[in-house]
Design a protein around this ligand. Structure first.
Ligand code: CP
Length: 315
């Protein structure tokens, strides 16, 4: 693996899963691999889990870790090649990416979707410009369309908790007061397609995911029907792909409640967090014995650690 920005970057998923299981069993067993190596974590957007779990993963590997919030600590970045920079942007991404490559052995970046311009978001405008000029391996900490470290942790969690060989996994849209990117949902679908699961998506009409990711996956627009027989219910909000970046106004009844979970009484519940309690998901579900939200968060460290270890070994 040269970079980690999508499931498509992975050479051998079963091998990467085995590596994650191994570092979870023995987190400090590879401290020598990262000795005298530095990772830079660059954030254009807020984070709790991704920032802390990736830092912890790096520390477990003996790496030095530098973190910077580019939006409020760095210069304002120009993305366009050939730009005449006589307005607000202060530093070209060519220079910024080249410079940070001098300080780091691996660079990781978080850059969310704008939700204003679908073409720019789905062409990964910021990440791709950054990757054009970086000279070291790149890890996505969530990009405009994908969140592979989250999805890897989700897959580890499903592998740990499944009780049937090929579990039925239902990705359900959930309500949210603000427009959110489609990245977690796209990414979850991308990874589940590579896993041994039966996947279905349920969302209101007008909220189908991009065919680039969801093609071939059954979509059921009746949530109650979709939930029946699920082994895992993964809930997440996303704004509309079709009417790009818009949110629904009358879908409060899509909140996951314990009544809904009764349709599939043996199912485990998953959410990547952060979650709007009692809007997206009822407290009673998040705090139930079926909830895996903290296991997912715990596995973020081991997903990141396996990815960093793989990149260090291939450097
Ligand atoms: N799930 C996730 O990526 O959380 P953060 O946005 O807090 O990093």
């Amino acid at each position: 693996m040269k970079n980690f920005t999508s499931a498509k970057d992975i050479d051998d998923l079963p091998l990467l899963l085995d590596l994650a299981k191994e570092v979870k069993r023995n987190p400090f067993g590879y401290k020598k691999t990262g000795e005298n190596k530095t990772i830079g974590l660059l954030f254009f957007n807020p984070s709790l889990r991704t920032r802390l779990s990736t830092q912890k993963a790096a520390h477990n590997l003996g790496m030095h870790c530098m973190v910077m919030n580019l939006n409020n600590e760095g210069w304002s970045i120009e993305l366009e090649d050939g730009a005449i920079m006589n307005h607000t942007s202060q530093e070209h991404i060519k220079d910024a990416a080249g410079v940070v490559s001098q300080y780091c052995d691996i660079l990781a970046i978080r850059t969310f979707a704008s939700l204003q311009d679908r073409h720019a978001d789905y062409s990964e405008k910021v990440l791709s410009r950054f990757m054009k000029y970086v000279t070291v391996p790149v890890v996505s900490l969530e990009s405009a369309t994908l969140h592979p470290l989250q999805s890897f942790a989700d897959l580890i969690t499903i592998e740990e908790k499944k009780v049937t060989a090929k579990p039925r996994v239902v990705l359900s849209w959930a309500p949210h007061p603000r427009a959110l990117p489609q990245a977690v949902a796209n990414s979850f679908v991308q990874w589940m397609k590579m896993a041994d699961v039966e996947l279905c998506i349920t969302n209101p009409i007008g909220f189908d995911l991009s065919p680039e990711f969801a093609a071939g996956v059954p979509v059921i627009h009746e949530q109650d029907l979709a939930l029946e027989g699920a082994d895992f219910v993964y809930a997440k909000n996303w704004s509309s792909y079709e009417n790009y970046g818009t949110i629904g106004t009358d879908h409060a009844d899509w909140m996951i409640t314990s009544e809904k979970m009764k349709r599939t009484p043996l199912a485990k519940f998953m959410h990547c967090l952060p979650v709007r309690r009692n809007v997206e998901i009822a407290d009673e579900v998040l705090d139930s014995d079926a909830s895996l939200i903290l296991t997912q968060a715990q596995n973020r460290t081991f997903a990141a650690q396996a990815v960093l270890l793989n990149l260090l070994r291939n450097a």
